[in-house]
Each structure stands twice: as C-alpha cells, then as structure tokens.
Design a protein around this ligand. Sequence first.
Ligand code: GSH
Length: 195
Amino acid sequence: MILYHHAGACSLADHIALIEAELPYRLVSVDRDKRTDDGRDFLAINPRGYVPALELDDGTVLTENLAILAYIAHRSGRLLPPDGITRWRALEATSFMTTELHGNFKPFFYPDATQAEKDKAAGMLARHFASIAGQLGDGAFLLGDRMTIADAYLFVMLMWAPKSGIELPERLRSYFARMKEVPSVARALAEEGLA
Ligand SMILES: N[C@@H](CCC(=O)N[C@@H](CS)C(=O)NCC(=O)O)C(=O)O
C-alpha cells in the first residue's frame, strides 16, 4: 500500500496506525503544490487535494482519515476491538477529532485568517481538549490499556496544539509524552523527520 502524506500533517495518524498494525506500506510525500515526491500530480490521485490518501495494492485510492484508519484496523484486526462499546467509543472519538478538533485548527493554517477567527477557534479547541481529557482513564491509552485508532489521531492533534498557542490540560500533556515513547509513534516521527 502507498500512504500519500505530508510530514507532520494529519496523515501522521495513518502512518502511526500502519506501523502499529504491522501492515506493509510505502510513503509518498506530497508538497504544497500538490506534487508527489516522485514527480506526479497528486490531484490525479486525490482530486480533493488532501492527504492522507491510501492506495491499495489493486490501485484503489481511499481518502478521509476516519475511513483510512478504520480500513487499517479492519485489515489488521488491531486498533479497534471487533465488538463491544470500546469499538464504538473509538469511532466516536475519532469522528469528533476529525471534525471538531481538526476543523478548528484550520484558522491557524490559513495565513488570511483573522485574529478573531483564531481566538474563536482557540476557545473551541480548549473546550474540546478538556472534554477529551475527561475521557482519559487509568489506562495508558485514551480508551484503556490498548491503543486504538483514536490514539493515533489524538497524538497528531496534541502535536499541533502548542504550535497554535493552545494550552493543554496536564493529563493530555502527560498522555502526549507517553505516546511519544510508543514504538510505532517514535518510528513514524523518525520516518517523517520529526524525531
Ligand atoms: N477531511 C479530510 C481532511 C484532510 C486534511 O485536512 N488534510 C490536510 C493536511 S492535515 C491537507 O491535505 N491540506 C491541504 C490543503 O488544504 O490543500 C480528512 O479527514 O482526511
């Protein structure tokens, strides 16, 4: 499989998940001009122009973080329990993060965003991070003792927060420090030149 990605972008979640799932993959990097590092037009691969995109071995291209993460879990039998409430909580948390967290980071990425837009987004992000912090229990991961797709995504959101001036609750700061030491996370960071 090929993961089309950009270093430090939300595609890092899928990269972490592929490593954790022990699925074979190759990384192809996409630049801001939508060119791949092997010289192709990324818009011909994903006309929406977003990373991540996952090219399956038969050439099918899957897009959208939630779908790609769920696919990785399905293919590997890891990162999502087969049934039980934790499976649905993991999908719930990942959906919340792809929409409410990721969506509210957008003003920090757009150079033409106003300070008022950034302030509003920062307030929403602080509320949403507090709500996620409230979900953390005693386990090492968001939903207990086993890593799920929600952890891969949460890690990226937490990595973005300080760069956007968002102060995180202490519980999320220690969660982030723990996650950085998880071998799949450390390897993904190293492969993206972020270690
Ligand atoms: N709805 C998409 C959003 C993906 C997305 O926003 N990707 C960003 C990187 S984190 C991107 O490729 N941005 C490029 C652009 O806006 O042109 C998903 O959840 O996969």
